[in-house]
Design a protein. Structure first.
Length: 163
C-alpha cells in the first residue's frame, strides 16, 4: 500500500488557516500546513487531535468554526472537546471533517485507517467476495513491501475487555 503525501502538506507556509474563495466556499484542498507534522499518527484519536490543534493554534471553538465554514451542520465545540478527551468515539464523518479543517488527510488518524480497513473487510458492507479480494490485496501489498511473517502459533482473536 502506498501512502501519497497530499500536495498541500509538502510546502511550508506561515498561514495555516483555510483560504476562502471569492464565493465564500473553502476549496477541497485547505490551506497548506507546515511540514513538521507527520503524515499519519498512531496515537489514540484524542491525543492525535489535541496535537493537531496545538500545532495549528486552534481552540475547540476555533476548530468548530473552521468546520462550519465548509459544513453547515458542523461539530459543536463541546463535542470536539469530548472527542479530544476520549469521552466519545469519533465517527468516520467527524474524523473527515476535523481532518479537512486541520488540513490533513483523514488517514492521519489511526482510527480512520482502521475503520476504513474494517469496512473494506466487512462482508456485510462489501459482500463476501469483495471482502476476500480486499483481504488478499492487503496481504499481497504487505508481502510486497517486506512484511514480516510470524513463526509459531497463529494469534487468536481475543474479545474486547468488558468494563
Amino acid at each position: 500500500m502506498v501512502i501519497v503525501k497530499p500536495h498541500h502538506l509538502t510546502d511550508s507556509y506561515s498561514d495555516v488557516r483555510p483560504q476562502e474563495r471569492a464565493d465564500g466556499a473553502i476549496p477541497d484542498s485547505v490551506a497548506p500546513q507546515p511540514h513538521t507534522m507527520s503524515d499519519t499518527s498512531n496515537e489514540p484519536f484524542g491525543q492525535a487531535l489535541r496535537a493537531l490543534m496545538e500545532a495549528r493554534g486552534l481552540s475547540y471553538r476555533a476548530l468548530a468554526q473552521e468546520i462550519r465554514k465548509f459544513d453547515g451542520a458542523g461539530i459543536s465545540h463541546a463535542h470536539i472537546n469530548m472527542l479530544a478527551n476520549g469521552h466519545d468515539k469519533p465517527s468516520m464523518r467527524a474524523m473527515e471533517l476535523i481532518a479537512r479543517a486541520c488540513g490533513v488527510d483523514p488517514d492521519y488518524f489511526a482510527e480512520y485507517r482502521l475503520g476504513r480497513a474494517m469496512r473494506e473487510l466487512d462482508p456485510a458492507e462489501v459482500g463476501l467476495e469483495q471482502a476476500l479480494e480486499n483481504l488478499n490485496a492487503r496481504l499481497g501489498a504487505r508481502r510486497r513491501v517486506g512484511g514480516t511473517t510470524r513463526s509459531g502459533p497463529v494469534p487468536q482473536a481475543r474479545p474486547h475487555p468488558t468494563r
